[in-house]
Design a protein around this ligand. Sequence first.
Ligand SMILES: C[S@@+](CC[C@H](N)C(=O)[O-])C[C@H]1O[C@@H](n2cnc3c(N)ncnc32)[C@H](O)[C@@H]1O
Length: 351
Amino acid sequence: MVPESEYDHELTWILKAASTSAQRLQFDELLRKTDGAFPSDVLSAARRLDLQIDFADHEALEVRDGPDPSPAQGEFYFDRATAKFLASALMGRVLLLGAPSVAAELTHQDRPLTLVDSSPWLNERFGITGSLRVGTVETFRAGAAFDSAVLDPPWYFPEMTTWLSIAANAVKAGGTILMPLLGRLTRPSATRDRIEILEMASRVGSVSVVENVVAYDSPHFERRAIARSGGRLGREWRRASLLKISRSDADIEPLLVRNQDPSTVWVDRRIGQSIVSIRRKNPESGTRPVVHLLDGISRRDPRIAASNVWTSESTAAVVDRPEVLLDELSQVESSWSSATRALLDRLEIDH
Ligand SMILES: C[S@@+](CC[C@H](N)C(=O)[O-])C[C@H]1O[C@@H](n2cnc3c(N)ncnc32)[C@H](O)[C@@H]1O
């Protein structure tokens, strides 16, 4: 783990360098320079340095059909140009692991595909046809049946390396695997994390990286968090690099998927346009029920790490009996208790 102070130092250094060429800094432009650092963190660092930041007058951001993306499932979608570009780079029999926007592009082009993704709302969001398997990537096995693949797991371990090993075993020798690589300032450990992924990729085949060519739409939950820190996005900001692997014929051991403690698994419930994710983890003894209005989206945030409810409005809560809430939200709305309704109000969920 890279010490936080080194991370802060690098972020401060980039901001200082940017401020030498302009009296006032445009927030959107600054975010393009800070290599994945979360906008609220960039804003706090800029305030510590007393920099003058200007925000765009209005948002020019993508909004999709279907329910809002879920922060607990890491639902960050590519912008249309990126999805098109990735679709054009895929040949033959195509496998998509957690890449529904690329599946949508292939569907538009009437090309066959296999998509594995756990979200039940992809048809509504993307109108995907083709082979859609709603389920976890971790349980998917195919033998070397595909010519090319895109994977975009949530940017955490073990997901990133486990999904890469699954893609490596599903793609034939000579085939292509594409994977976004998180920016160096996405979090304090990101430089190290990139090295770990690149090391594994080099065992899968020959590797090339093109910096900052992958662009993402900003999900509603992210914009809510940025707004709470006093910022406003004018346009999309998140970029990643693109890792391209030409699959060699080397054997890659499938990484063992450890059985996850079921109490840590987030389960999504839809309420109108919103998603409420709940995990059955009981609060630590002595923890009082609490609601958080979040200004960040990282699972490392201690408020999120301690919570058992997390929503697409970037709110979170510690509740006493999460399984009761989960059951209740699975019932028709008329049977919800007044306590649940009050909690949803505090979580800023429109019901
Ligand atoms: C980081 S997003 C990538 C989306 C991609 N950028 C796109 O535009 O198509 C992760 C995707 O993986 C899905 N997902 C998250 N965890 C999963 C799991 N364990 N198994 C299968 N899908 C998962 C989410 O529903 C989401 O579509």
